[in-house]
Design a protein. Structure first.
Length: 410
């Protein structure tokens, strides 16, 4: 049974003499697995020194350790390159045990060997992949099918502020910033459930609390049966780009001095209201507010004082309106207030409130400032240009009647 077991063992087994003088131990037995490993037949190996397997890549330091073990009669475990009969190299991991007789004398050495070339190559490939993932500038996250994080690279640690050890086993939820509506994550989940990859710019929260923007691609990884087992997420930091775009958008739509919508954005808003009025019959009202004698303020107190008055008026108008309304810097000292769904009377009251609030305030530098306001509400089938013309007419009227007045176009 023992013989059959050794003969049929998966691992290569070789037994040598215990002779450490002269040529050293020589082979007295090898099993078929050893013959298969080395390419030699048992007859070719019989009586030969195992040295015939060594070659240029064989590690001499490992061999020295082996010789020391043999001399001391201790267990040896090591790995190095050996050579087959055809000259090809393989990486062997082998151990050697001394076989002692009843008196404790070493009679032989038995060695069990295994070709670990493929395993080591696979480990090296894996190490290379990990090194490559760590070296890449994009953040990489790998999660299991339940979104538990299995791996993050150094770029991820850098981008998010979290160390790998802190996040392994967690789901990436801790990155959520609260900036995306629930529908954003629903879309993400649905795409992944379909097995599709999902690409979007995420606004996430850094460990230190600030937000960052990342262009992310999340890809499901399927096994041979088509079942999603993992997800890989690659993120590129686009914070600078997004911030710059937001700044440009702000500049394109807002007035630099007051922060109000600029004329371009105001015209867009007018178009939207006009569209709604024509399609749904939902009306809108306009107020044109113009600071009285503003030229004199500038002339008397200087341009900077004039700017401060403009800022104060802008703030007053902004606080007076509701969230869906738009306050626009329409011209130098002229403001357009667009009021979707607002009837004429309500717009009139609002204008009156704006006028009295401003008139009641005393500016530290320039004293009392007033404004004149024109009000009009959309009447079918006029277009926005016509409504604007009627509002302007009302403002002209208010100015003509002595300023600090509200005039309504009926
Ligand atoms: N300080 C300052 N002044 C501005 C700005 N934009 C326009 N203005 C000035 O606003 C003044 C507007 O003067 P006018 O159009 O004559 O009107 P007004 O003096 O307010 O007279 P009424 O409208 O008839 O009451 C001009 O002197 C412009 O130079 C600005 O951004 N800052």
């Amino acid at each position: 049974m023992l013989q059959a077991a050794v003969e049929q063992a998966f691992n290569a087994v070789v037994i040598t003499t215990a002779d450490l003088q002269g040529d050293g131990p020589h082979i007295t037995y090898c099993n078929p697995a050893f013959c298969q490993l080395t390419g030699y037949s048992a007859a070719e190996l019989q009586g030969r020194s195992p040295r015939l397997l060594q070659g240029p890549l064989t590690d001499q330091r490992v061999l020295q350790r082996l010789r020391d073990s043999l001399h001391q009669g201790t267990f040896f475990l090591g790995s190095t390159f050996n050579y087959r009969k055809d000259g090809s190299a393989y990486l062997v991991e082998w151990n050697i045990s001394p076989v002692r007789d009843a008196q404790g004398q070493i009679q032989a050495f038995v060695s069990v060997q295994q070709d670990i070339t493929a395993r080591v190559e696979a480990q090296q490939r894996q190490a290379l992949l990990a090194r490559a993932l760590h070296a890449t500038r994009d953040a990489v996250l790998i999660a299991d099918h339940q979104a538990h994080i299995l791996f993050v690279n150094q770029a991820f640690e850098h981008l998010t502020g979290y160390a790998s050890a802190e996040v392994l086993g967690c789901t990436p939820q801790f990155l959520q910033s609260g900036q995306h509506p629930p529908a954003f994550y629903t879309q993400l989940r649905e795409a992944l459930a379909r097995g599709d990859s999902y690409q979007a710019t995420f606004t996430n929260r850094h460990k230190r609390g600030h937000l960052y923007h990342a262009a992310q691609t999340i890809t499901p990884l399927k096994d041979d049966t088509g079942t999603v087992q993992h997800y890989v997420c690659v993120s590129k930091d686009v914070t600078e780009l997004v911030t710059r775009t937001q700044e440009l958008r702000q500049q394109a739509h807002h007035d630099a001095l007051t922060g109000l919508l600029n004329r371009y954005a105001g015209e867009k808003q007018l178009q939207r209201c006009q569209q709604a009025a024509q399609t749904d019959g939902v009306g809108y009202a306009l107020i044109l507010a113009d600071i009285d004698e503003f030229k004199q303020i500038n002339d008397r107190w200087g341009h900077e004082a004039g700017d401060q008055v403009l800022l104060r008026c802008a703030q007053l108008l902004s606080t007076a309106v509701r969230s869906g309304d738009a306050v626009v810097r329409w011209g130098g000292e002229e403001f357009l207030i667009v009021l979707p769904g607002c009837p004429l009377d309500a717009a009139h009251s609002l204008a009156e409130h704006m006028r009295t609030t401003l008139a009641a305030q005393e500016d530290a530098t320039v004293g009392q400032v007033t404004m004149s306001l024109g009000v009009a509400a959309w009447q079918a089938p006029e277009d926005s240009a016509e409504l604007l013309r009627r509002t302007d007419q009302a403002l002209y009227h208010a100015k003509g009647q002595g300023r600090n007045q509200v005039a309504v176009a009926r």
